[in-house]
Design a binder for this molecule. Sequence first.
Ligand code: IPE
Ligand code: IPE
Ligand code: MG
Ligand code: MG
Length: 298
Amino acid sequence: MLDLKSYLFDKRQQIDAALHRIIETAPQPKARIVEAMRYALMSGGKRLRPILCLAACETVGGNSEQALPVACALEMIHTYSLIHDDLPAMDDDCIRRGRPTCHIAFDEATAILAGDALLTLAFETLSSRDIRKKVPAEHWLDVISVISIASGYKGMVEGQMRDMLAELQGSLLLSELEALHLLKTGALIEASVCSGALLGLGSFDQIASLKEYSKNIGLAFQVTDDILNVEGDPLIMGKGAGTDRHRCKSTYPSLLGLSESKETASRLIAHAIESLAQFDHKADPLRAIAVYIINRNR
Ligand code: IPE
Ligand code: IPE
Ligand code: MG
Ligand code: MG
């Protein structure tokens, strides 16, 4: 029987150590830009995307050590997206991961640049000579392609754009909100799972099932984020609550109410778990993470 708590703890430690090694080997670790990157990156995030990448790699029988640089790159991209998401021009939030947001702790220009630097460092990490030796180049290129498409204007950035436009536009239709969530949050989660499976040399069939799994958990993750924004404890979440309502965002609770939003999230998670039917116990971490996604309090 899988002990999810210790599984997540071990993986988080492995990822944190790898991120630490990367950031501390910067040519000038005390430079202001590196201080801001470190501040945002090494600040106790859940590391869900990198964990999903490692777990998906193991699910298809791969060695997750080889996926560690990809896991780090995903966390860098995610952290950059949070820094920019919190900026005054976007959600204008002042607390993230239990401390002042990057633009409050430093300044806006530094926060913008720290986001830019983390995004580019992700692709530097993905293409470093060291890791290219261990896995055939064509797999790395597939991974880089999947992650860049998911992060950019066909994925997360488009989702963020729609999120910003929706603030001006008023209430969205549920179908529009679903599409927005699948882009702003789902795309990177899907890329996390698929890149891990690609590096683990998963078959076409395995990757198709994992894609289905990841689409469902990605949407459920953002629905739960919307729910936590209504009823979560800011001290536990390490970020503000009630902010979506304050900014008149369209969210699952604003369109469906809390209890129907929770039912939707549960349905998505049940579907995600069904998509893993072809896998044996190696997929148990992915099954347990799916349940954790809707039961979390941060
Ligand atoms: C928050 O992501 C932003 C969303 C996409 C909903 P997480 O809840 O994974 O944040 P951290 O990484 O644990 O801080
Ligand atoms: C964040 O979405 C999505 C990205 C950073 C891409 P939200 O704005 O809903 O997330 P929180 O609540 O600030 O973490
Ligand atoms: Mg936002
Ligand atoms: Mg936000």
